[in-house]
Ligand binder design. Sequence first.
Ligand SMILES: O=P(O)(O)OC[C@H]1O[C@](O)(COP(=O)(O)O)[C@@H](O)[C@@H]1O
Ligand SMILES: [Mg+2]
Ligand SMILES: [Mg+2]
Length: 330
Amino acid sequence: MQRLIPTLRRDQVDEELLSVINTLQICAKEISFRLHQGELAGVLGSTLDENIQGETQKMLDVLANQLLKDILLENPHVRAVASEEEEGIVEGTTEGEYLVAFDPLDGSSNIDINSLVGTIFSIMPTPKDGRTGEDMFLQPGTHQVAAGYVLYGPSTMLVFTTGRGVRMFTLDQKVGEFLLTDTDIEIPKSTCEFAINMSNYRHWEPQMRRYVDDLLAGETGPRCKNFNMRWIAAMVADVHRVLCRGGLFTYPGDSRKPGKPFKLRLMYEGNPMAMLVEQAGGIAHTGKQRILEVQPEHIHQRVSVILGSEQEVSTCLEYLQDSHSTTTDV
Ligand SMILES: O=P(O)(O)OC[C@H]1O[C@](O)(COP(=O)(O)O)[C@@H](O)[C@@H]1O
Ligand SMILES: [Mg+2]
Ligand SMILES: [Mg+2]
């Protein structure tokens, strides 16, 4: 079976980028090891702190962030990193050719119940126009040269794209290597499955409610078919299911917190997942535009996400089109 780096080398990925990807896979193996040790590693539970987004930090959020940051910044090809757990960017080597944005541990509320979590990452080139600091990261997702995630599940998987399709690698615990297990991933065009946190129903705009009402109405409703629902509460795991067997995943805007309608982060959740989904033939949208075309204004920007099977996302967007001309609350 093919190993990660030789597989990418055959795609003529440049050596500097390969080196960054190699560093990421080293971190992923270490995080995977600690997670699988669970309680035995003494790293479960919460810290007494909140991250800069006001969310309770788990010990593993802190540990995974420290690991990724420390190891990436030792790589001479990394100019800077941006993380969900860091307020500002952290600078590396001035000559570094690449920027890395990451969510060190996604779905971290699942840690306490020994359920699925992941790491998400996005790699962009260092701009050559003299920009410095956080401004270097403010590039649309179309600029990403590589993106992916690690799913820490019954097996640890690395799902990855450099813009030449999506590949899945599985960590062979015996040899400590990610081996290629699936290639040319294609999301089925149609689906009977959707993923949304239904408990927010009352906070959605009317057209999103109408779309979901029609899904729930099943074969006797206007959609004339029955839909199933799944929600793992870890974007990595929900998107992984969509890549494997199709589906629609959405975290739409809602009116819970005035002035803060969105939950998922653009630079290290929306963009990398959008690149994977588009590379697998799906759609990744905000409801108004391709996620990959959003011009970021700051590194922790949040965004509405609707992604997955082409036909179902298109149908959802048709429902929402009405709403954007009649409501302004999202
Ligand atoms: O708590 P909710 O509403 O189910 O939200 C779940 C969503 O929040 C997230 O967990 C946010 O990720 P973090 O754990 O990195 O903060 C997504 O992975 C997931 O889709
Ligand atoms: Mg996350
Ligand atoms: Mg996180």
